[in-house]
Write a protein that binds this ligand. Structure first.
Ligand SMILES: Nc1ncnc2c1ncn2[C@@H]1O[C@H](COP(=O)(O)OP(=O)(O)OP(=O)(O)O)[C@@H](O)[C@H]1O
Ligand SMILES: O=P(O)(O)OC[C@H]1O[C@H](OP(=O)(O)OP(=O)(O)O)[C@H](O)[C@@H]1O
Ligand SMILES: [Mg+2]
Length: 283
């Protein structure tokens, strides 16, 4: 059985649960459950703190896990684990911030106290940039308060909308330390039984979320132009209609392009243009 680590709480847990459910796996009903077996799919889920997931996977106790790229790198598990797939949710950047106008560049941090919940990530980055802070102050959360309360001169933290920083009167400075999103990690170089199926299913969900299926009827003489607007992933499906002057076309279209494409098709004389959701796909 494939042993999969899943975030048990926090910013990642709901979206992780959603993607696994969409991929056809059973998920726990009660948030107190620590382990759940899905016998039909021959997988076992272990609900763990997202921060700890890389440790379990790298240590070989679990085959794969869903976590954040920033959390994975912060765990400093080295070459024992590897990123297998990015999952497109829980996107964030990891950035330096300080009270508005206080600092402008990374160099300003030399000899300063920097508060963060991601010490490993921060240390690695500062080392790579040859910046020596006075020290790194570890905090579990609410890092935005560290400067106003006097335990640090600047912070390094997760920024999503930027609202938390703004509310605290802080600005980011310097380049983003990293960009993060939810990822699937696995043991380096290992392909346990069932991993290929899990990956195909997750990739299927990712594509299904990004695309819609578009159906329309168009006069044969406009088929080439219409096909150019809806080339599909490989090539559109063309079916004959009773009226020989017309054909039916079916093609996948990126969801964010859907309305623009439908307008273009309409302008080409296509009719009965219909977009429907894709629930699952195997490429
Ligand atoms: N607005 C956000 N706040 C926190 N984490 C976010 C946000 N947006 C994306 N993430 C990502 O979610 C992961 C953090 O999840 P985690 O469960 O540790 O955070 P949390 O919601 O702050 O939980 P807790 O503070 O209870 O530990 C990271 O990979 C982070 O990049
Ligand atoms: O850019 P934003 O959209 O405002 O989101 C970023 C904020 O959200 C997270 O905090 P969380 O609510 O998890 O609290 P914590 O810092 O105590 O973990 C993160 O640590 C930032 O503070
Ligand atoms: Mg948090």
């Amino acid at each position: 059985m494939l042993r999969i680590a899943v975030p048990n709480k926090g910013a990642l847990s709901e979206a992780a649960r959603d993607i696994l459910q969409e991929a056809g796996y059973r998920q726990r009903r009660d948030t107190k459950e620590l382990v759940m077996i899905d016998p039909e799919n021959e997988v076992e889920f272990f609900y763990l703190r997202p921060r700890d997931i890389a440790v379990y996977v790298a240590g070989g106790s679990l085959d794969v896990g869903l976590t954040g790229r920033d959390l994975y790198l912060d765990a400093q598990v080295g070459d024992d684990a590897e990123e297998l797939l990015s999952l497109g949710f829980a996107r964030s950047t990891f950035r330096f911030a300080a009270p508005a106008g206080k600092y402008t560049s990374l160099e300003d941090l030399a000899g300063k106290r920097i508060a963060t919940s991601y010490d490993g990530l921060l240390e690695d980055y500062l080392k790579g940039q040859h910046i020596q802070p006075e020290r790194i102050v570890h905090l579990d959360g609410a890092v935005e308060s560290a400067v106003s309360l006097g335990v640090a001169d600047a912070i390094a933290d997760v920024v999503e909308t930027g609202n938390t920083l703004k509310a605290a009167g802080m600005d980011t400075f310097g380049e983003a330390i990293m960009t993060s999103e939810a990822i699937l990690i696995g043991q380096a170089g290992k392909t346990p039984e069932g991993l290929d199926v899990l990956m195909r299913r997750l990739q299927g969900v990712l594509v299904a979320r990004r695309y819609v299926m578009i159906d329309y009827d168009v006069r044969r003489e406009h088929l080439d132009e219409a096909s150019a607007v809806t080339p599909g992933l490989e090539s559109p499906t063309i079916s004959p209609l009773q009226d020989e002057d017309w054909v039916a076309v079916r093609s996948m279209v990126r969801k964010d392009q859907m309305n623009k494409v439908m307008d273009q098709l309409y302008a080409l004389g296509a009719r009965a243009i219909l977009a429907s959701a894709i629930h699952a796909i195997r490429m």
